[in-house]
Design a protein around this ligand. Structure first.
Ligand code: DAH
Length: 341
């Protein structure tokens, strides 16, 4: 029995020594120490030993069991450590590899200019009101004192959405004058930026969709001097403090008197060049004193209140502010162009 025990010890310890994975350890444990294991079987034969032999054999059997159990525990620790190491190696991150840089975009140049314009008006106490791009002809034209036979109402000029010409894509932000007074009453000081639509061919200065900023001030005692002071302030904030402006008589159905505002060409200083088409002046916006009929159409008494309104083309301001010569660049969104701002 002694030899058998020694043999079990040697064989098992050798086998454990060369085991390469956890399942092998468990297999060996069952094979030797399990209920039907080799050592267990030997122990069952202890009864057949003489009482003198028994204690020594019992001790030896226990020693063999402990040695095997210890070896299993030790080997199990080793294998676990190896597995952990292999896992760490497999998941190793090389922190010296340069990262993938995320290209960050930024605001579109037109929106940069819009934000600046908004801020200038907010500083002067104006509210900003958003309007819808789909509008009623009544608001886009009629309430703005536009005659029934006005050319802007033609189907060749305006995108109508219904056969009866009642619903359209707004051709200007001016209907927001009416909607703002209807919603907020007077006195009022507001701007309303947004998209407008006209059946224009695309060229360097035209697009069927462009952006306008409408402005409206109505209060008691508002005069043309307020209009000029306000618009000069805005124009000089955008184009530069020394910008020379010119208020030129014009006609709009919803203002009386009406004017167009020009700035002296920032490229040639008024001499005449391709940018100003040889004029020396560049038109930047339309404006005027709100027509009494428009005030009446909104339920405001023109004897008590007066006001001024203006509409400026946002693209044109962006072009002028960045000295860009072709409006198509603003819409094409070519990254090589956008990256420059
Ligand atoms: N709505 C005009 C246009 O699209 C621009 C304009 C002119 C707006 C005079 C105004 C204004 O508010 O008073 O051409």
């Amino acid at each position: 029995m002694k030899e058998q025990l020694e043999q079990i010890r040697k064989q098992t310890l050798d086998a454990l020594g060369s085991a390469a994975a956890m399942p092998e350890l468990e297999e060996l444990r069952v094979k030797v120490l399990g209920k039907k294991g080799e050592l267990t079987a030997l122990l069952k034969q202890m009864g057949s030993l003489s009482p003198e032999e028994r204690p020594a054999m019992g001790q030896l059997a226990n020693a063999v069991r402990s040695a095997i159990e210890e070896k299993i525990a030790e080997k199990s620790e080793q294998l676990k450590a190896l597995a952990q190491q292999a896992k760490l190696q497999a998941e190793a991150v090389d922190v010296t590899i340069p990262g993938k840089t995320q290209k960050l975009g930024h605001e579109h140049p037109m929106n940069i200019v819009l934000d600046r314009i908004k801020e200038i008006f907010l500083d002067m106490g104006f509210e900003i009101i958003e309007g819808d791009e789909i509008e009623l002809a009544d608001y886009n034209f009629t309430k703005l004192n536009t005659p029934e036979d006005h050319p802007a109402r033609e189907w060749t000029d305006t995108f109508y959405l219904t056969e009866d010409s009642n619903v359209l894509l707004r051709t200007q932000t001016s209907p927001m004058q009416i909607r703002a007074i209807e919603a907020h009453g007077v006195p009022i000081r507001m701007i309303s930026p947004g998209r407008v639509f006209r059946k224009d061919e695309v060229d360097a200065t035209h697009s069927p969709m462009f952006h306008q900023i409408e402005g409206l001030v109505v209060d008691k005692g508002v005069t043309m001097a307020d209009l000029k002071g306000t618009l000069n302030t805005v124009i000089r904030a955008i184009y530069g403090a020394n910008t020379v402006t010119r208020f030129r008589p014009h006609h709009f159905p919803f203002t009386e008197p009406s004017c167009e505002v020009d700035i002296q060409c920032h490229k040639c200083g008024g001499v005449g060049c391709p940018t100003c088409k040889g004029e020396g002046w560049i038109e930047v916006l339309g404006a005027g004193m709100v027509h009494p009929k428009v005030l009446q159409n909104c339920g405001v008494d023109p004897e008590e209140y007066s006001g001024f309104a203006f509409g400026m083309g946002l693209e044109r301001f962006a072009l002028g502010s960045y000295k860009i010569s072709d409006m198509r660049l603003i819409f094409e969104n070519d990254v090589r162009f956008l990256e420059q701002f």
